[in-house]
Ligand binder design. Structure first.
Ligand code: ZN
Length: 253
């Protein structure tokens, strides 16, 4: 039987994945600053984090890799997997076991295997697949939908849970350049990956009223993702998860 798997969304792309007692944190972002607001309450405060088995960082943007705050996490030997180029910031925050990964390279967090996958964003990024005892999770960071993500479906044909960004973030001063997949594209990725359960992430963020008007544009919501996924990937169950509310996933064998 596959091991138990429970997801708790913290906020934005920060999630806690419990693989039968081994806890993995994705994209730590706990502290706000001007221009960076969660837009939703934190499901878990940093000081209330359980002992982690590993941390996966998709890319170096503040709202995914807040090392200034995460430096206060006490276990500096927790294994960290990051995209190439990010290790230095993690080392400077005091973490000793940092591994830079490129797509298809792997690392172990205890008994949880981490595989980096292709991703595309405004800066270099990884998505990750996390596996233990037949339970498989795809963590989508805040990537765009790119053809290379089809390879994830080929290599990981049985995904239990996909965490997919949906806000379709666009940068106004760059001719509305899109840097994150939108709800329709996330639904399309569901049709490609065919996860049993999909949970949208990356949709409550706000830069504040002025910056949102001048700099950023959000073109996807969690509800839109649920509607689109029901149409394009009817075999996937979508759960819009309030921060802090655990969702037990029962993986298939
Ligand atoms: Zn980003």
């Amino acid at each position: 039987m596959p091991g138990a798997l429970t997801l708790t969304r913290v906020a934005h792309a920060t999630t806690l994945l419990d693989f039968s007692g081994e806890l993995i944190l994705t994209d730590p972002w706990f502290s706000e600053k001007p221009g960076y607001y969660h837009g939703e309450p934190l499901g878990v405060r940093r000081q209330d984090l359980p002992r982690l088995t590993g941390v996966a960082g998709s890319h170096g943007h503040y709202d995914h890799f807040d090392m200034a705050d995460f430096a206060a996490y006490p276990d500096k030997n927790v294994p960290f997997a990051v995209k190439s180029g990010m290790a230095r910031a993690a080392h400077e925050a005091g973490f000793h076991q940092v591994t830079e990964l490129e797509p298809w390279q792997t690392a172990m967090f205890g008994n949880v295997k981490v595989t980096a996958t292709p991703a595309k964003h405004g800066v270099p990024e990884n998505c990750y697949v996390l596996e233990k005892d037949g339970a498989t999770v795809f963590f989508g960071g805040d990537t765009l939908l790119i053809p290379e993500l089809r390879k994830v479906a080929r290599r990981f044909p049985s995904i239990d849970l996909a965490l997919l960004p949906v806000n379709g973030l666009q940068i106004r001063p760059m001719f509305n350049r899109q840097v994150v997949m939108n709800a329709k594209e996330a639904a399309e990725l569901c049709a490609i990956l065919r996860p049993r359960v999909a949970v949208p992430t990356h949709y409550a963020f706000t830069a504040g009223p002025i910056r949102d008007r001048l700099l950023l544009k959000y073109t996807g919501t969690a509800d839109e993702f649920a509607r689109e996924a029901a149409r394009r990937a009817p075999e996937t169950t979508v759960r819009i998860l309030p921060p802090g509310e655990p969702l037990a996933i029962h993986p298939t064998g």
